[in-house]
Design a protein around this ligand. Structure first.
Ligand SMILES: NC(=O)c1ccc[n+]([C@@H]2O[C@H](COP(=O)([O-])OP(=O)(O)OC[C@H]3O[C@@H](n4cnc5c(N)ncnc54)[C@H](O)[C@@H]3O)[C@@H](O)[C@H]2O)c1
Length: 322
């Protein structure tokens, strides 16, 4: 049979590190039907092969997709490359505790990825995600537009979920952001949280109920500390972050101009520069289209500056190339 010559390129997404997060993302991507090729790359090649076999067996229930365990040369031609390799938090460890270990892995991975694909958009999931997003930027020398950390996409989802339960509205109708570090110094933007444009305090007034600061503080505490609570119970977190990276991938591949709280290089925002952290950001087929210069209140600005300082300190300790 004559095989017709190909006039378009298959849409490829590569995943480096197919542990809990990488494999769950690959599964979500397969079910979405967005990619025609999914390449799985892992130091433990047998693990990548096993994941590829298992995912391929889901193809008849999903979408025609080529999935295989590859090596770094298979990053060539990928539109998006997800980096989810490396150590995860053990119970009681903070994300920043992982910096040294995962930065060492980054020195191996990023040059390999870049050698085979200087054009892709890189999505970083590994923790500490803001520090590694900055490290990726330096090691890859990619334009900042094409280096995106999952950042507080997950924390924002946790926050919106918990708020939506409390206020009894669909989580998708609850508009609120967590900004700053994906970690202990993250910042809830209470001043802009709203339902249908109504600030949460105004929503309470309209409903004739009190705005309970203690409950709001507890919602934020549960948001910030969710990873600790989940890791204590099941050892790792992966469904929600994989869904978040899937949403980010969709915004890129479908050029959606979606606003997501992702981590990217921040310059000159309330005096914060040269650090990667999360702010509401417009994402499209170019990667970062625009970091939105949201207006914060004085306390939020202080907290964000503190978060940036903590991240800068962690970045400085890595001694990355200038
Ligand atoms: N950004 C977020 O919101 C978020 C949420 C959850 C977890 N994470 C982070 O994601 C990372 C992965 O977590 P996980 O639960 O999937 O861990 P995991 O241990 O299940 O998987 C990590 C995988 O990376 C592979 N790996 C290690 N070194 C490698 C290398 N040099 N090249 C290729 N592959 C390599 C391992 O073989 C393993 O399969 C962790 O750092 C974790 O903290 C981030």
């Amino acid at each position: 049979m004559d095989v017709p010559s190909q006039s378009t390129t298959p849409l490829r997404v590569s995943v480096v590190g197919v542990g809990n997060v990488g494999a769950t993302f690959a599964y979500a991507l397969l079910l979405s039907g967005l990619a025609s090729e999914i390449v799985l790359i892992d130091k433990n090649h047998a693990k990548a092969e096993g994941e590829a076999m298992d995912l391929n067996h889901a193809v008849p229930f999903a979408h025609p997709t080529r999935i295989w365990a590859g090596d770094f040369s298979d990053c060539a031609g990928a539109a998006v490359i997800v980096l989810a390799a490396g150590a995860l938090q053990k119970a009681g460890e903070t994300r920043l505790d992982l910096a040294g270990r995962n930065a060492a892995i980054w020195q191996e991975i990023v040059p390999e990825v870049v050698k085979h694909n200087p054009h892709a958009i890189l999505l970083i999931a590994t923790n500490p995600v803001d520090v590694l997003t900055y490290a990726t930027l330096k090691l890859s020398e990619f334009p900042a537009q094409r280096v995106i950390g999952s950042g507080t996409i997950l924390d924002t989802a946790r926050f919106r979920y918990l708020l939506s339960e409390h206020f009894r509205v669909d989580a998708r109708s609850m508009h609120a952001f967590i900004i700053g570090e994906h970690g202990d110094s993250e910042v809830p933007v209470w001043s802009l949280a709203n339902v249908a444009g109504m600030k949460l305090k105004d929503l309470c007034v309209a409903r004739g109920v009190g705005y309970d600061v203690k409950t709001m503080d507890e919602i934020f505490r549960q948001t910030r500390d969710a990873a600790y609570a989940i890791i204590q119970r099941k050892g790792a977190t992966y469904y929600a972050v994989a869904a978040g990276i899937m949403r980010l991938t969709e915004a890129i591949l479908r050029n959606q101009n979606t606003v997501l709280s992702v981590s990217s290089l921040v310059q000159d925002f309330y005096g914060i520069s040269d650090v990667c952290l999360s702010l509401p950001t417009v994402v499209n087929c170019c990667g970062i289209a625009e970091v939105l210069r949201i207006q914060l209140d004085a306390s939020e600005i202080d907290q964000l500056r503190r978060s940036a300082e903590i991240l800068k300190h962690a970045i400085a300790a890595l001694k990355l190339p200038e």
